[in-house]
Write a protein that binds this ligand. Structure first.
Ligand code: ADP
Ligand code: MG
Length: 323
């Protein structure tokens, strides 16, 4: 498929855009990885695309959760709510990527000519107040606790804890399905007017509509599903999900694993239902791709971060297409 000049690509970066395997997560690691991610975006810009960027925030939200619990334990500093923590990670990672992109554009002489600027939008993402996940939260967040301490925190803050398959107890929160980014018109206007936009980080800060007002909720949104909502609303040409594997595989992890190069939505749905894609990792990426095409998109790609430009040219990655 030819995407055409000035086409819009929504790029979703995974955890490896900020922290790769073996990294400790030092400030230097963050900057080094962000520059690699920025180079990926710049290559797309050089090929003529407009780009809206989004990213995950799992490790960073985890760090904030850990810090909050330490603050509570040692200084009795009240914990932050999850929506505020989510917004903090958007600013944190947005800033790093924004500066890396700015410097790279400047270095290449692209700032002002091809791109007017780079901007991060703190994004609120609407979810349904009655989303079924609110009844049975299943997403683990924050540190591990012994049973006794978990029970104490549950009493004090009204949190829900569940035993973690890896041992100990962890807080669980809902992961509701995203509906739409509240700031979508701003994101669109910026993207149409020459800005590289970083938005919906971490899937967006989850908000509900209560008595015609927005209200942040103690939940997290899957970033791949959030990226789909944004890409569909922007009528993007491509939803490009970048991660740490080169393809989505059939029979992943077994000796007869096979990379998927191109599949139609109906084939993707069949494989999804057969359980080829793990929930919480590849599952939401495939589901995001399926939804993007069902909502009128032409091409969704899941590829390795280092293969982004090749993936857009059709030389790498798993392509989900209509049919
Ligand atoms: P990201 O931070 O990019 O969202 P995830 O860890 O959530 O990364 O998802 C990518 C991971 O999905 C891969 O590292 C791989 O271990 C896992 N995965 C699960 N099922 C599959 C599959 N069928 N094909 C490829 N990778 C898969
Ligand atoms: Mg993920």
């Amino acid at each position: 498929m030819n995407i055409g000049k000035n086409g819009l690509v929504v790029v979703a970066f995974g955890g490896n855009a900020f922290q790769t395997k073996g990294d400790k997560g030092t400030v230097e690691d963050y900057w080094r990885n962000a520059y690699t991610a920025a180079e990926t975006v710049i290559r797309l810009v050089e090929e003529g695309y407009r780009v809206v960027v989004t990213h995950g925030n799992g490790p960073q939200a985890g760090i904030l959760a850990e810090l909050m619990m330490l603050g509570l334990k040692y200084k009795n500093i009240p914990p932050m709510s999850l929506d505020i923590a989510g917004a903090m990670t958007q600013g944190w990672l947005g800033y790093i990527l924004q500066q890396a992109l700015y410097n790279k554009l400047l270095e290449k002489g692209l700032l002002g000519s091809k791109v007017k600027g780079v901007v991060t939008v703190v994004t609120q993402t609407l979810v349904r107040k009655d989303d079924p996940d609110f009844k049975d939260p299943s997403k683990y967040v924050g540190p591990w606790y012994e049973k006794e301490e978990a029970e104490k925190l549950a009493r004090e803050f009204g949190w829900i804890f569940k035993p973690d398959p890896r041992g100990g107890y962890r807080r669980v929160v809902p992961s509701p399905d995203p509906i739409i980014q509240v700031e979508i018109e701003a994101i669109k206007t910026l993207a149409e007017n020459g800005f590289i936009v970083i938005a919906d980080g971490g899937g967006g800060v989850p908000v509900i509509n209560e008595d015609s007002r927005l209200k942040g909720v103690e939940a997290v949104i899957d970033k791949d599903l959030g990226a789909e909502r944004m890409a569909s609303a922007l009528r993007a040409d491509v939803l490009l999900i970048l991660t740490d594997v080169d393809y989505a595989y059939i029979n992943y992890g077994s000796p007869n694993a096979k990379p998927i190069r191109e599949i139609t939505v109906s084939e993707a749905l069949k494989l999804y239902k057969e359980g080829h894609f793990k929930p919480g990792s590849m599952g939401p990426k495939i589901l995001a791709g399926i939804r993007f095409i069902q909502n009128g998109g032409k091409l969704a790609i899941i590829a390795h971060l280092k293969n982004a430009a090749e993936a857009v040219r059709g030389e790498s990655g798993t392509r989900i297409i209509p049919g």
